[in-house]
Design a protein around this ligand. Structure first.
Ligand code: HEM
Length: 389
């Protein structure tokens, strides 16, 4: 998988960023404004833990990566600062503990096996993205939230439109509204007829957390978006990357107990959240490297570069599924660190294990140059990944 693009838009800049030089610098954003690109490992963590950097995308200077102006509250607590952020996030934390997520293991395994059987029955070549990488996280988040999976086309298409740099502002706004309408109807039902799902929990705790109806809708929309786009992309890229590193693929096949460290290393190696991690300074803040971000200036975090920082780990450009990588920032850092990370890890571990077990000879079904990378999305991923066995 190579990026032959010579465009000077922001995403290729992030992709081609020199690993040797991580000095914070001002870069051009797609809308013509400028923001700091911070990609040194220590500086990324410093920004993500400093309350003088806000996650509120309604503040002037917040880096705009998508065509549609951000709708107020659209991204729920992801775009809130303390103390409100904590109050809203706490509604969800009991549902994402290790113990609660571990209870989902048999269900996730069963769903994975069913999808893999579907793939086998359809026969090779099969598109791994359409057959497994996208439906698996979608099924899981739907079950967790209490959203009927039969409606997946509604939210998959609308999430894609919301998160794509190729959408027109009108398309992105319409998608946001459509997703909101869909969830609002479901939330209304849960109010009178609660079930054992996250949407019911949110509705029940709405008053205690002092949340408006619209905040409940935004929370569910965030989970729906974050719960399937990210994991789906990471799974597709992980399989492709293993194809590109046959020695690593062989090692994982021979010793499936390596799957935990393999998933962690693949998360670090790709760091798929490329342009979505951003902040705006609410005061002048000197960075550890010496540059000063002025109040009102935006910051985009170069997570991939940070995760390949020599000072963070040795041989950062190598993929080594045996290394015990700790402290990478692929799930962010600080108070907004991904609430779904335990779930994402579990899904990725199960999917890789089951896939390699079911198809001992799994291989790409097209030349690498034919595999299309989704460069236009704020989260890196693949359009499709044809495989054979
Ligand atoms: C490979 C998969 C995933 C990756 C790489 C990923 C990455 C991230 C990152 C980098 C952040 C921090 C954003 C920021 O600080 O601005 C984040 C936050 C978040 N993620 Fe994930 N995520 C993944 C899977 C999931 C899943 C499966 C869910 C839900 C089930 C989820 C739900 C969330 C939510 C709700 C937040 C906001 C947390 C907050 O603001 O307190 N993510 N994720």
């Amino acid at each position: 998988m190579e990026d032959s693009s010579t465009s000077t838009t922001f995403i290729p800049i992030l992709e081609q960023m020199s690993l040797a030089d991580a000095t914070a610098r001002l870069v051009d954003l797609p809308d013509g404004t400028r923001a700091w690109l911070v990609s040194d490992y220590d500086e990324v963590r410093a920004v993500l833990t400093d309350p003088r950097f806000s996650a509120d995308d309604q503040l002037p200077g917040y880096p705009r990566m998508l065509p549609a102006p951000p709708a107020p509250g659209a991204m729920s607590f992801l775009r809130m600062d303390a103390p409100r952020h904590g109050a809203v996030r706490r509604v969800l934390t009991p549902s994402f503990t290790m113990r609660r997520i571990e209870r989902m293991r048999p269900g996730i395994r069963e769903a994975t096996r069913r999808l893999i059987e579907g793939m086998r029955e359809a026969g090779p070549p099969a598109d791994l993205i359409a057959r497994l990488a996208l439906p698996l996280p979608s099924l899981v988040i739907c079950q967790l939230l209490g959203v009927p999976y039969e409606d997946h086309e509604v939210f998959q298409e609308n999430s894609r439109l919301m998160l794509s740099i190729d959408s027109t502002p009108e398309q992105a706004t319409a998608a946001l509204m459509a997703l909101g309408d869909y969830i609002r109807t479901l939330a209304l039902k849960r109010r009178t007829d609660p079930a054992d799902d996250l949407l019911s929990t949110a509705v029940q705790q709405q008053e205690a957390a002092d949340m408006t109806d619209e905040e409940v809708v935004a929370m569910a929309r965030l989970l729906l978006l974050a719960g399937h786009e990210t994991t789906a992309n990471q799974l597709g890229l992980s399989v492709l990357t293993l194809f590109e590193h046959p020695d690593q693929l062989r090692a994982l096949r021979e010793d499936p107990s390596l799957v935990k460290s393999a998933v962690e290393e693949l998360l670090r190696y790709h760091s798929i959240v490329r342009t979505a991690l951003a902040r705006v300074a609410v005061a002048d803040v000197p960075l550890p490297g010496g540059q000063t971000v002025r109040a009102g200036e935006g910051v985009v975090l170069g997570v991939k570069r940070a995760n390949r920082d020599e000072r963070f780990l040795t041989s950062p450009g190598d993929l080594d599924i045996r290394r015990e990588v700790r402290g990478h920032v692929a799930f962010g850092y600080g108070m907004h660190q991904c609430i779904g990370q335990t779930l994402a890890r579990l899904e990725l571990q199960i999917a890789l294990t089951e896939l390699l077990r079911a198809f001992p000879d799994l291989r790409p079904a097209c030349p690498p140059q034919d595999i299309r990378v989704r460069h236009t999305a704020v989260v890196l991923g693949l359009e499709s990944l044809p495989v054979a066995w």
